[in-house]
Design a protein around this ligand. Structure first.
Ligand code: NAP
Length: 282
């Protein structure tokens, strides 16, 4: 079975659209997302174009704050402060990576936790770790949404996460743990990756390495979520999983493109609506 992220994303976006309409009808408030881009990283420009398109589609107001490569540290922090104080802005999206010379951790920490719609602020990550999350990072949340949509049973399942980044692997492991999976995390120092992946009922791969998981490394009937996005020399975009061989063994696998990618954008919209709802209620 192909786990189609586009279908699940459409479902989430339809729910968000309904929520935006209800919020506007009840309070007159239209959720607004500030999109901050520094420099001219080409993939970042494509990502923010997709995010803005999704925002338009659900009735969220997206506002651009686009700066050239040379933006200084003080100017970036001043911008964050200004957006934090602006009551008409409910969510702040700082597109990563930042150009050399700017510290992403510092800039993320400067975003008000209530407006951190990516869920990367240390306070929000801490809440996730403590088991009472307010905002969950979009890509891991999207992975869970796909698994839930297709009926994967997480409780008691052996879950293996390949990759331990703060953006994907670590929060994803926490979400799986919170749903009572038994979680193993793998990384570049893992001695025998295949020995771990072969035990997985739920296998989530976020390594950023094309073909790191092949069919022979997957348990028969497993659910496989491929987070990776890799551009081959030919220009083709593939995931971390060898789709053809894995599809023959897995119960379900997400394609790339069309799997986790659309979910990330949809969950960002969901987080922005939730942030606007929380700020409006106060
Ligand atoms: P990252 O920060 O580079 O982290 C990659 C992780 O994978 C690291 O923990 C690394 O281990 C591990 N790893 C790398 N090669 C490995 C191997 N051969 N065996 C086992 N572990 C390995 O990347 P990221 O930000 O988490 O992103 C991962 C992938 O997901 C990338 O392709 C990225 O483009 C994609 N992504 C997609 C979306 C989406 O919306 N679809 C969103 C975010 C990211 P060490 O810690 O030991 O180095």
């Amino acid at each position: 079975m192909i786990l189609d992220g586009r279908i699940v994303a459409q479902k989430v976006l339809a729910e968000v659209r309904g929520g935006v309409e209800r919020l506007r009808a009840a309070t007159g408030v239209r959720p607004a997302l500030a999109v901050v881009l520094v420099g001219d990283d080409a993939p970042s420009k494509i990502y923010i174009a997709n995010k803005k398109k999704a925002a338009d589609g659900v009735g969220i107001d997206s506002r651009d704050f686009i700066y050239p490569q040379g933006l200084g540290r003080a100017q970036l922090l001043e911008l964050m402060g200004r957006l934090n104080r602006d009551p008409a802005v409910h969510g702040i999206l700082l597109q990563l990576p930042l150009p050399d010379g700017l510290d992403a951790d510092e800039a993320i920490a400067a975003i008000a936790p209530t407006k951190d719609v990516d869920g990367f602020h240390p306070e929000n990550l801490g809440r996730l770790l403590a088991g009472s999350p307010t905002v969950v990072p979009c890509t891991p949340a999207g992975c869970l949404e796909i698994l839930d949509h297709y009926g994967a049973d997480l409780k008691g399942a052996e879950a293996v996460v390949v990759g331990r980044s703060v953006v994907v692997g670590k929060p994803l492991a926490q979400l799986l743990l919170a749903r009572h999976a038994t979680v193993t995390m793998c990384h570049t120092r893992t001695r025998d990756l295949a020995a771990h992946t072969r035990r997985a009922d739920i296998l989530c791969v976020a390594a950023g390495r094309a073909g790191v998981v092949t069919g022979g490394m997957v348990k028969e009937g497993a659910w496989v979520v491929d987070v990776g996005v890799n551009r081959l020399q030919s220009g083709k975009v593939v995931g971390d999983v060898d789709f053809e061989s894995v599809q023959r063994r897995a119960r379900g696998v997400t394609p790339v493109p069309g799997g986790v990618g659309p979910m990330t954008v949809a969950m960002l919209m969901k987080n922005t609506l939730a942030a606007a709802e929380r700020q409006t209620k106060r």
